[in-house]
Design a protein around this ligand. Structure first.
Ligand SMILES: O=c1ccn([C@@H]2O[C@H](COP(=O)(O)O)[C@@H](O)[C@H]2O)c(=O)[nH]1
Length: 238
């Protein structure tokens, strides 16, 4: 059995860098971490730098959604910070997405660094059909398909999506388009506020390139054991 798996990204949703650092040191097998709004703000951006210094890959999940120029400029900063993956909202529209993709390309060339993967958030995994109706969008799967297609046409590398929509996205965008899935729950974990979930094994079997798991690991009594159980589950899928 492999004891590490780069397809697993652990979400470090903590209110201090100290708590995040403790978790990272507890699970040396995990090589990829997500830094989201809470930890990014709490650490004043330092979490990304510190994780890079610890030799870890970083998914910077700040979900940019603003006018095209603002998102393009923020994207340049994300490249400079050394994120391996970062994301913007597909709902920001074609011009915002393509300006972000162009900014990433230019900045990576300018700084002579590896170009991060730029992904578009489709429909948040905490939302179901009812939630989508509330914000005036009638059909969840049609929305995911349209936003994934838009992201691909705009030059993005892939999407963030529920594992329940992997097949739909693969049908629409082909085998090389990256799919990163939160909304992943082992059979032994609680769903919490996630509404469109599948297990780690199912997500990878269906074709996810990455899965993001937070609380089932970070809030477990033994986070290392929880991470190793998931890594073992993944090792059965090539
Ligand atoms: O649609 C989305 C987009 C991002 N997320 C993020 O993933 C993790 C999931 O954490 P869990 O504790 O495993 O629920 C979290 O940091 C979210 O901000 C998402 O859940 N859904």
């Amino acid at each position: 059995m492999k004891n590490t798996d780069k397809r697993l990204i652990v979400a470090l949703d903590f209110p201090t860098w100290g708590e995040a650092e403790k978790l990272v040191n507890q699970v040396p097998e995990v090589m990829f971490y997500k830094v989201g709004l809470e930890l990014y703000l709490a650490s004043r951006g330092e979490a990304v730098v510190k994780l890079r210094e610890m030799g870890k890959e970083v998914f910077l999940d700040l979900k940019f959604h603003d006018i095209p120029n603002t998102v393009a400029q923020a994207s340049r900063q994300a490249v400079a910070q050394g994120a391996t993956i970062f994301d913007v909202h597909a709902a920001g529209g074609r011009e915002m997405l393509s300006k972000a993709a162009q900014a990433v390309q230019e900045q990576a060339e300018f700084l002579q660094v590896r170009k991060p993967l730029l992904l578009a958030i489709t429909v948040l995994t905490s939302m179901d059909e009812e939630d989508l109706k509330d914000i005036g969008l009638p059909d969840l799967r049609r929305t995911v398909r349209a936003w994934a297609k838009l992201a691909q046409e705009s030059g993005l590398d892939g999407v963030v999506a529920s594992p329940q929509e992997i097949s739909l996205i693969r049908e629409t965008c082909g085998p090389d388009f990256k799919i990163l899935c939160p909304g992943v729950r082992p059979s032994w974990a609680e769903a919490g506020d996630q509404k469109r979930i599948l297990t780690p094994r199912k997500a990878i079997e269906l074709g996810a390139d990455y899965i993001v798991v937070g609380r089932p690991i970070t809030q477990a009594q033994d986070p290392r054991l929880a991470a190793l159980r998931i890594i073992e589950e993944l090792s059965t899928v090539s």
